[in-house]
Structure formats: structure tokens, C-alpha cells
Design a protein around this ligand. Sequence first.
Ligand SMILES: NC(=O)c1ccc[n+]([C@@H]2O[C@H](COP(=O)([O-])OP(=O)(O)OC[C@H]3O[C@@H](n4cnc5c(N)ncnc54)[C@H](OP(=O)(O)O)[C@@H]3O)[C@@H](O)[C@H]2O)c1
Length: 261
Amino acid sequence: MDLGLAGRRAVVGGATSGLGRASAEALAAEGCGLVLWSRTARALEATAAELHEAHGIEVATVVADAADPDAAHVVTEAALAVGPIDILVSNAGGPPTVDPTATDREAWQRAFQLLATTPIDLATRLLPGMRERGWGRIVAILSSGVRQPIPELVYSNAGRSALAAWLKTTSRAVAPDAVTVNGVMPGRIATPRIHELDSGRAEREGTTEDEIREMQIRGIPAGRYGQPEELGTLVAFLSSARASYVTGQLIAVDGGLIAGL
Ligand SMILES: NC(=O)c1ccc[n+]([C@@H]2O[C@H](COP(=O)([O-])OP(=O)(O)OC[C@H]3O[C@@H](n4cnc5c(N)ncnc54)[C@H](OP(=O)(O)O)[C@@H]3O)[C@@H](O)[C@H]2O)c1
């Protein structure tokens, strides 16, 4: 199937690792040009060089921290200097774990900046060009916690739910301009972030990371953690010409983890 992505250009956040990296790979493999961003210049340069080498596409990079209120401005300026942006893959790092009865104000502000305000600000800055050209894709990487809250990740559950509400609302406003807006909800996909969460829980509970992973896997009908490529493929499809009639949807990539409808 030709996804019709050749010659398009995408901004991809958190692109040096895990789900962002897999999304960038899947887009690059279809001939889509990229503007990659995260906090670490060296990792960005290495990722850009590898993707250019492997797929012959044009790759630019920009350093920004999604928890910084200026991030959306910085990323937009750099991206539009390269050329028109057709696709936004909205992604960055996750917030810390916390006892939901012991959260604090500063951490809420940081979590909402990271998970809702920066992604909304960035999408809002890139939408006008997409709407004028009559073609655009926004795909946000959320979490299964939007559907089934994760006990130790209340900052994530709440921040990403706010973004999900914005995605759904905005999808209806921009659909007449052939711009689609969707979200993907990873369950447990083997990345450094999941390793960090599992090892942190093992330490808190006085057990091993292997035992935590086995316990988590017992709750996943597919019987394993996912691989980043399994999410990257869906991001590429939702970004493609082929997904032109799919909008306002939140789609889980979770091996059946979410138990509800
Ligand atoms: N993996 C899963 O199964 C899963 C499940 C649910 C939700 N999620 C969420 O999906 C997102 C991606 O997760 P992942 O598993 O791919 O994590 P990962 O492998 O740790 O990758 C995170 C990426 O985001 C960048 N990043 C981290 N903090 C950032 C910040 N403040 N501003 C800009 N970039 C930042 C990292 O680079 P730098 O550190 O150099 O900035 C890296 O490129 C996270 O928000 C995570 O919480 C993941």
C-alpha cells in the first residue's frame, strides 16, 4: 500500500528514543521529510544522521524542552524555517510517578505544560498552514491511562486527558479543511521509559524489575510488552493520505490491556 507520504514533512517530538523514534522511522521509511525535536542535541544529531543515511530523506533538528513554556514557539520557528509542515506527531517524555493524594502545585504546572499546554500550543501554531493548504495530520502519543487511569501516574492520566479533550474538540473544527486529528494510546511498549517505570516500582516494592514485568504481562492479553515499531506503524498510517476519513479517534496499541469498551 502506498501511504502517500513521500514528499510530506513531519515534526516529530521525543524523536531520539522509544515511540517518537519509531514513529520517525516509520515516516522516514515512506519518504517523509522530518523535523525532530527533544532536549539533547547530540542524540538528535545522531538520530538525524541515521535516518538520513537509511532513508535518504531531509532531516532537521531542534532542541527544546516540552516543560518550557517557550518550547512550542522555538519548535515552530525552526520547523517553518525548513518549509511547510504537513504532519505533527506530538510526543515528549512522561511525568514522574506520585501518590495521587500527595501531589503538589509546581508538579501539576510542570505536568500540564509538558503533556497538554505545549502540545496544544504547538499544534495551534502549525494548524493554520495545514488548513490553508487543505491537508494536514496531527497525531498525539497519549497513554492507555486516558481510558484506564494508572494508579501511580495521576499527572499523566490528567494531563493527557486534557490533551485528548482538545484533540477531539479540535478535530471537528478542522475536518472541513481536510486536516485530521487523532491520538494513539500505548499500553506497555518496551522503551527506556517503561524500563524506568518498572525499575522504580521494583525499588519501591522491594522486588526485582523482572518480577514487576511478569506481573504487568499477566494483565496484558497478548502476553507480552509491545515493540515501538508496532506503534510507529499506526502513527505512519494515521499520518498518511490513506487515513483521510479517520479523525477525532483515540486508538489503543496495548495488546488488549484496556479491559473496558
Ligand atoms: N512506552 C510506553 O509503553 C508508554 C505508555 C504510555 C505512555 N507513554 C508516553 O509516551 C511518551 C514517549 O515515551 P517513550 O516510551 O517513547 O519514552 P522514551 O523512550 O524515554 O523517549 C522519550 C523521548 O522524549 C524526549 N523527551 C523526554 N523529555 C522531554 C521533554 N521534557 N521535552 C522534549 N523531549 C523530551 C527524550 O529525549 P531527551 O531526554 O533527550 O529530551 C526521548 O527522545 C512519554 O510521554 C511516555 O510517558 C509511553
